[in-house]
Design a protein around this ligand. Structure first.
Ligand code: NAD
Length: 524
């Protein structure tokens, strides 16, 4: 691991003027601010206004007024905004990456990859939204004489609560289909990472999104959450399973829908016939990409006994060779954790595992010489379910290796968790690997990849099973969840009930025969 820490200069694009412009979007009537820091150094960057319940109510009122006009704007015009936004987002990717790096401490590669996500989501729904939002007329209960039309209308104002690990992607990408469908959005990003989503809103307005339609409120979750949920018509939440339960309960009490994208304890299974070099390279990204702070990243690796030692040796060697440090260029393989608090939590998981008998194969310690929240890439073996990191999500660069005897045993171990977000299976025979993956209780299954193939497939719904979530983003569901369906039924001629002079017995006979005929008819 590289031990040197070069002098760090904050990216030139992150000027004081830009920072002032961004935080000016956040309502904060009391003047209270939260100090947002540069993660690599711990230096203060800007005071982020903190929104009161009154500020949040006002944000909803403004959003609601703007939403009425937006919903009445023809879809073609709404989509034109996102066509322009796509180009603007791609054109400003480097500035977005600068902001993401400053506020999250992730390395440059992950920051740039994150900037691509909203553009990919826009691209997908630009092609798909017209079909999804068009009214669909079907035949009704009586062929030819009745029709039923499904009409999709926006929910109204969607509340989005986003985490810090992919602040731009979760803050903006989840808003795109909501806005396309004709909704307004009130977003609450994490205090630590509010800058990149605020910049995303600025870029959307540059593209022509009406002012007021996309509001951003800031504050600690328990302070902002209740008012936000109580005023929203739908809630899109991404974050931990513990918080997801709180959000889901409140949404349920308010009888509004919600989508909960939560945590994971994701397994990787290496099969006997896997390409070991490729699997080791995959594991390095799976365990240490984004400093282990990807919801779909890998915390458990299951290896056949015969390949355990060769995988372990190669994996440990690669982890030790990683370039870990603070830099705004593409040099480092891994950056910082998001905060000192989070670094302490990661450390507590490792300390707990070691105290209960786990072995540290590499890493295991903070790196204060690199920055306040750096932690080494860490590989453990001998992790058991009485250890925190044996059962709950660590969400850091910490991964455990396990041996398995049979594939059935590997599948059972992979499923031995409350979570079900992502799983990765590596094998030379792709059909066999798919067969193994299909037995894993997980919303995302990647064959010979860790997570990117599933997450970047924007046409397919992606969500968590078990304690990893409710609902999904992407795919048709990712847009339709932000709409209500109305069923407009038309009767061209009344034929229900006995005709004049017909007995009920005759009428019922005719109706029952009609049911048999209708089952055979192909009329929709
Ligand atoms: P968190 O649950 O602590 O916070 C997420 C967001 O919820 C933040 O904006 C926070 O301020 C807010 N919040 C906290 N308490 C709240 C409350 N009582 N009411 C309303 N809002 C509240 O999660 P985190 O630590 O910020 O993020 C990491 C977690 O997110 C990990 O568990 C990770 O797996 C998960 N995650 C999941 C996905 C996914 O798509 N499944 C994606 C990214 C992150």
């Amino acid at each position: 691991m590289t031990l040197t820490q070069p002098a760090l200069t904050r990216p030139a694009s992150v000027t004081d003027a830009l920072l002032r412009q961004l935080v000016a979007r956040v309502p904060g009537s009391t003047g209270a601010t939260w100090t947002l820091t540069e993660v690599y150094t711990g230096d203060a960057v800007v005071g982020l206004p903190q929104s009161t319940p009154g500020d949040i109510e006002q944000a909803f009122a403004t959003a609601r007024a703007a939403q009425r006009k937006w919903a009445a704007t023809p879809l073609k015009q709404r989509l034109a905004v996102f066509r322009r936004a796509h180009a603007i987002f791609v054109g400003n990717a480097r500035t977005v990456a600068d902001l993401i790096q400053v506020e999250s401490g992730k390395n440059r590669r992950m920051a740039i990859e994150e900037t691509c996500d909203p553009a990919m989501v826009m691209s997908h729904y630009l092609k798909r939204a017209a079909k999804l939002l068009a009214s669909t007329t079907r035949g009704g209960p009586v062929p030819l004489l009745t029709t039923s039309t499904e009409i999709r209308q926006p929910k109204g104002v969607v509340g989005i609560i986003a985490p810090w690990n992919f602040p731009f992607a979760t803050g903006i990408s989840d808003a795109v289909p909501a806005l396309v469908a004709g909704n307004a959005v009130v977003l609450k990003p994490d205090n630590k990472t509010a800058l990149s989503p605020l910049y995303g809103v600025q870029l959307l307005e540059e593209a022509g999104l009406p002012e007021g339609l996309f509001q951003v409120v800031c504050g600690e979750g328990p302070d902002v959450g209740p008012t936000l949920i109580d005023h929203a018509d739908y809630v899109m939440f991404t974050g931990s399973t513990a918080t997801g339960k709180i959000i889901g309960e409140r949404a349920g009490r308010n009888l509004i829908g919600c989508c909960l994208e939560l945590g994971g304890k994701n397994p990787m299974i290496v099969l006997d016939d896997a390409d070991l070099d490729a699997a080791v390279r995959g594991a390095v990204f799976g365990a240490f990409g984004n400093t282990g702070q990807i919801c779909m990243h890998i915390e458990r690796i299951y290896l056949p006994r015969s390949r355990y030692d060769s995988f372990k040796d190669a994996f440990v060697a690669k982890a030790r060779a990683l370039d870990v440090r603070a830099s705004y260029d593409f040099g480092p393989d891994m950056g910082s954790l998001v905060s000192v608090d989070h670094m302490r939590r990661v450390q507590s998981h490792v300390d707990d595992a070691v105290a209960k008998g786990a072995t540290v194969l590499c890493g295991g310690s903070p790196r204060p010489d690199l920055g306040p929240a750096f932690f080494e890439p860490t590989i453990l073996e001998g992790v058991t379910k009485d250890m925190h990191c044996g059962v709950t999500e660590t969400f850091g660069p910490v991964v455990a290796l396990y041996k398995y005897g049979t594939v059935d045993e590997a599948v059972a171990l992979a499923n031995d968790t409350d979570y079900g977000l992502n799983a990765s299976v590596w094998g030379g025979d792709v059909a066999a690997a798919c067969g193994v993956a299909s037995r894993i209780e997980s919303g995302n299954l990647n064959i010979n990849d860790i997570l990117a193939t599933a997450y970047a497939s924007k046409g397919t719904p992606s969500g968590g099973l078990k304690s990893s979530g409710v609902g999904a983003r992407h795919g048709d569901q990712g847009l339709l969840k932000y709409t209500d369906a109305k069923n407009m039924a038309v009767l061209k001629k009344q034929v229900m009930g006995p005709r004049a002079g017909q007995t009920y017995e005759k009428y019922v006979q005719g109706m029952l025969s009609g049911l048999k005929i209708m089952r055979r008819l192909r009329i929709r």
